[in-house]
Design a protein around this ligand. Structure first.
Ligand SMILES: *Cc1c(COP(=O)(O)O)cnc(C)c1O
Length: 362
């Protein structure tokens, strides 16, 4: 046992790989270092000999991988003397921006689509004290407004077009390589703006170029069918999906994503909302891991491609679970119609009767 090795966030851990100096004041909430959980029951259920790991990014401080990027973006904004940050968001970027701004003592402005963000994310933005601007428009409209307004007022954009975001997010690939001792064969992610898949490829490539690993994974990006510009070959005007975190019609990292798809010999695909929700439920019920709907697109897609053989048996697959299931309790509860939820009198007789009934066949 060694003592006193307190984990203090990904910038401290990976500072040699990140654009910070010894004088940089680091704004951190202990993000990163998330569990890489090996699935036990899903591969059995699939009847396939594959090694599936989920990288549970929902255990970051604000419950999504956005914290990896935000620690860097806010650290650099503060270093540059910025007093305010701004982002458009489907929810998780606004939660992370709000939290790191609070930590840094600066102001956060967040533009969110009215009525289209999960309730937990709205609670976070408000609780952390961001100025929360609900627009009558979708993420893409908000993103355009953010770019325009930042030309008029002194605010730093912390969307993934801010290059420091991807620098922070690439560290997830470092962690995976360090845990597995190699890169996986396939890395599957949900894709919205495609910043995260780009950041992972950067991370894998940096360790590859330094000779830490001899191979990089094939990168696989999954979109929701109603919001799948990479499948349509261009922007989608009115994206729609239950997976609100990837309800994005005009991805900001379009070129980079196509480049890495080709370079890694990976692919993009799309899933229906029903497939996404089924995978979310399966992961919770079979493995005890609760992610938000968008996150489940990675596993839903991987399962389909494993079944079809596109991802062959013997492969090592990592699926990124981008956000925590607790962010979106409404969607979770609405799909648990067949869950066991009984209302009883507060009597020993009734409680015992129910337990005995549900113990049958165990
Ligand atoms: C932001 C986000 C995504 C999409 O990531 P991109 O970098 O925009 O592709 C997916 N899932 C969740 C939960 C997110 O918050």
């Amino acid at each position: 046992m060694s003592f006193g090795n307190r984990y203090t966030g990904l910038i401290h851990k990976y500072r040699d790989h990140l654009p910070v100096s010894d004088d940089t004041r680091i704004i951190s909430l202990g993000e990163g270092n998330t569990p890489l959980i090996r699935l036990k029951n899903v591969p059995q259920w699939l009847k396939k000999d594959v090694d599936i790991y989920v990288k549970y990014e929902g255990l970051n401080p604000t419950g999504s991988f956005k914290d990896r990027g935000m620690t860097m973006a806010v650290t650099k904004a503060v270093e540059a003397g910025s007093k305010a940050i701004i982002c458009a968001s489907t929810g998780n970027t606004s939660a992370a921006a709000a939290a790191y701004a609070a930590r840094a003592g600066i102001r956060a402005f967040v533009l969110i689509p009215e009525g289209k963000i999960a309730v937990g994310k709205l609670a976070q933005a408000m609780m952390y004290g961001a100025v929360t601007l609900q627009i009558r428009g979708n993420f893409d409209a908000g993103m355009e407004l953010v770019k325009q307004v930042a030309e008029h007022v002194p605010v730093t954009i912390v969307n993934s077009i801010n290059p420091f975001r991807l620098q922070g997010q690439k560290t997830a690939a470092f962690e995976i390589i360090e845990e597995l001792g190699a890169a996986p064969d396939f890395h599957c992610l949900p894709v919205g703006n495609a910043g995260n898949i780009t950041a992972h490829w950067m991370g894998y490539s940096e360790y590859f170029e330094r000779g830490v690993v001899s191979q990089r994974p094939r990168m696989v990006g999954y979109q929701a069918a109603g919001s799948a510009p990479f499948m349509r070959g261009g922007p989608v005007a009115q994206p729609e999906t239950v997976a609100t975190a990837i309800r994005i019609g005009n991805p900001q990292s379009w070129e980079k994503a196509w480049e890495l798809q080709k370079a890694s010999q990976g692919w993009f695909d799309e899933l229906t909302d029903a497939e996404i929700l089924q995978a979310q439920r399966l992961l919770a019920m079979q493995e005890g891991v609760f992610c938000e709907p968008a996150s489940a697109a990675s596993l839903a897609g991987a399962m389909r491609d494993i079944r079809s053989g596109k991802i062959p048996e013997g492969s090592k697959v990592v699926c990124t679970l981008t956000g925590n299931g607790l962010k979106d309790p409404d969607t979770a509860i609405s799909q648990c119609q067949s869950a066991v939820l009984e209302t009883l009198d507060a009597s020993l007789g009734e409680v015992e009767k129910s337990i005995v009934k549900h113990m049958q066949g165990l």
